[in-house]
Design a protein. Sequence first.
Lengths: 311, 251
Amino acid sequence: MKWLATIVIVASFALPPFFAGDFYINLASQILIASIFALSLNLLVGFGGMTSLGHASYLGIAAYVSALLTSRYGFGHGAAAMLSLSATVVMAALFGLIALRASGLGFLMITLALSQVLWGLAYRMSGVTNGDNGVAGLTRPAPFGIPLETPASFYWFVLFIAVLSFLMMAIFVSSAFGSSLRGVRDQPRRMAALGFNPWLIRWITFVYAGFWGGISGLLYVYYHKYIHPSALSITSSAEALLGVIAGGSGTLGGPVVGAAVVLLLKNFASAYVERWNMLLGFVFLFIVLVMPAGIVPGVEKLTARFRGKRS
Amino acid sequence: MNASRSDHALELLSLKKTFGGLTVTHNVSLSVSPGERRLIIGPNGAGKTTLFNQISGDLRPNSGVVRLFGRDVTQLPPYRRAHLGLSRTYQIITLFSGDTLEHNIMLGMLGLRPSRWQMCRPLSFYGDLATEAHRMLDTVGLLHLAGRPISDVAYGEKRRVELAMALAQKPRLLLLDEPLAGLSNAERSTVKSLITSIPREITIIMIEHDMDTALELAETVTLLDYGRVIVDGERDAVIADERTREVYLGT
């Protein structure tokens, strides 16, 4: 039953290019990109117990480095992608060294502060980043000579990367290392007494999450062909965090569902309601009240109860 | 005496720990030989668990030295000490309550193996760990519950999982913090015989309030009060000592 549901969901991701119009295909691409971003944040929040409010840093850095390298310095997309991912990983490693000196609220505040520094730099260092105007006129890569200019071709490309990311992160959390990560989340003192190095486990996860945040950043800038400091803003981090929590932190499906909810609300509600942020707030309030653990665990619980009644 | 120093399983040299103005460990020096069964007693607030936490590395002493198997570990973090053969249980149960008994024991064993850094293979794929975990659960009489989550089993059984988890690490020095706390009489004798059956290669230091049971398990006893060692020595000598009666046993 669970397998059937999984297959149906996965198959439904292959449908948009055949049935939907360009608007919906593009929306689906954005949902997938946001899903990768939310999944990477979920490694920290859900599996590592490290609630970060600065995850947009990694999306933003990868996007900006790629944008600047390709548009200004004449790099090809392949080399630019490698360099921007390397830059993201190095930055995540440094930010991890600083942020992991604290835990809980302290950790949250440090991640927020670091990402605000980047956001400020993106705005003010206009000589490099072009400031509030953003970097425009970017191109999409053409992997193996296949252009990604149409919504459908770009969607297939994003879907491929998204499936790969999802699998890699799923393997990561279910591995032996993933078990120790969850152990450190629940009982750090006990884990240390058992011979695990809690700090190093957290740091490695922090860097790994930064890497996948960078992947989503590359896709983000390929999609929009434009990058603006707002990608680094607290709103960008908070939306992903809301998605993770609403969908179900510590689950693999949750961030995907959560990211979809956020983007759907943003795109549809904003067409009808001017204060769509308020609507977003009400929807999250409703989710938290009805399904405190998030949509995915909540629905699982409901179906279990339903099945229990039937049998 | 000095020549045999490195033979000690554990040696504490004038350990001192203060919390603010309160001195909780006051110049504590003691040594435990390999294979010894040492009981640490003392009234509530005597600093027993604080002493344990300094041995395991959860707390750093203000001054003094902790030597584990002849090696100065005072500055080492807890996980490094675990790799040197130190294992402990907790007074307040700290197990992974959502996971199965089997998973808990396996996680404990994983901590000392290089495969803890393995990022591709699930823990459940490690057949050797599972076999060993089952053997361990069998030893403590909980094999039939191996697949159940910790949150499903009774308190007394959790205490035994704590013990199994520590033993599965094959420690050289085992710290037991009130292993009998809150157990029924029947469970008490089960755990007691479990502790008795631990092989002699493992040195045991135990904090326990249940004097009747604990004294039977111990060979040597250290009495703490207000963070100081009051009496230290052979069990019978410590029991007979005037000061023990005064501090702990009452009249």
